[in-house]
Design a protein around this ligand. Structure first.
Ligand SMILES: O=C(CO)[C@H](O)[C@H](O)COP(=O)(O)O
Length: 262
């Protein structure tokens, strides 16, 4: 079974398609980055082409911009759009307070700026990303190349005092070379195991000279749509403080699975 029709990918697809129901004509929409967000962009593209949905998108990475362009979704910049009605994006982890870890795809900087400019942020994710305590997923921190080893030492010193259970800080690599973000920076992945106080850690990290941004998204996400591989969807909403389940039959998941598997 390939990654594109695995149960996890099916769960991502279910969440992504449900999220697109929240998009209406006339909206300015932040387009997230990653495999789950790509499902959402494809579904938005389908609605633009087949249903005449009139939106303008603001992509959070060059990869998403490329995909959206291919699909015929009209795009603009955040500067042009000013503010956005909704952003739909993936996440690497989220907890019951809808605090997120993002940046697994390296796009956390644009993602955070776009989310902060949005009236509403909807996160789409497979159920495996819902955690009791954040931190099993390494926390990405975007750092400038200039003085990056010094920046790492300052972060290491800060972690000695932090309420975390692991302290390894590793520069991300891709294809044997240091990973470079869309802004030309690098990513330091912090293997923390358990993050006791996300707000305090996020604030502390952003005081270190050389840190551009960290992957903790706090008070940004309003709604999380959780997909299950049998087609069930849970919606967690910050305003109501509740997680509610939809599509209990599993039938939708089976149909989608047939669609993907061809
Ligand atoms: O934060 C991100 C990119 O910077 C992604 O949203 C996150 O890594 C989730 O990716 P995927 O949907 O592929 O699991």
């Amino acid at each position: 079974m390939s990654a594109s029709n695995s149960p996890i990918d099916l769960a991502k697809l279910v969440a992504a398609r449900r999220a697109v129901d929240f998009v209406e004509s006339g909206m300015r929409v932040g387009l997230g980055t990653g495999s789950t967000a790509a499902h959402m962009v494809r579904e938005l593209g389908r609605r633009v082409r087949e249903e005449g949905l009139e939106i303008v998108g603001v992509p959070t990475s060059t990869a998403t911009a490329r995909l959206a362009e291919e699909l015929g979704i009209p795009l603009t910049t955040l500067n042009e759009a000013g503010s956005l009605d909704v952003t739909i994006d993936g996440a690497d982890e989220f907890d019951d307070t809808l605090t997120l870890i993002k940046g697994g795809g390296g796009a956390l900087l644009q993602e955070k700026i776009v989310a902060a400019a949005s009236e509403r942020m909807i996160v789409i994710a497979d159920a495996g990303k819902h955690v009791g305590t954040l931190g099993a997923f390494p926390l990405p921190v975007e750092v400038l190349e200039f003085g990056m080893q010094s920046t790492r030492r300052h972060i290491a010193a800060l972690l000695d005092e932090a309420d975390v259970s692991g302290r390894e800080a590793v520069f991300r690599e891709r294809d044997g070379a240091r990973f470079v973000t869309d802004e030309g920076n690098h990513i330091l992945d912090l293997h923390l195991g358990r993050i006791g106080d996300a707000r305090r850690l996020a604030t502390a990290l952003n005081t270190v000279p050389g840190v551009v941004e960290n992957g903790l998204f706090i008070d940004l996400c309003d709604t999380v749509i959780i997909g299950h591989s049998d087609g069930r969807v849970e919606i967690g909403d910050l305003a109501s403080g509740a997680f509610t389940e939809e599509h209990g039959t599993g039938e939708e998941g089976e149909n989608l699975f047939r669609d993907i598997a061809g």
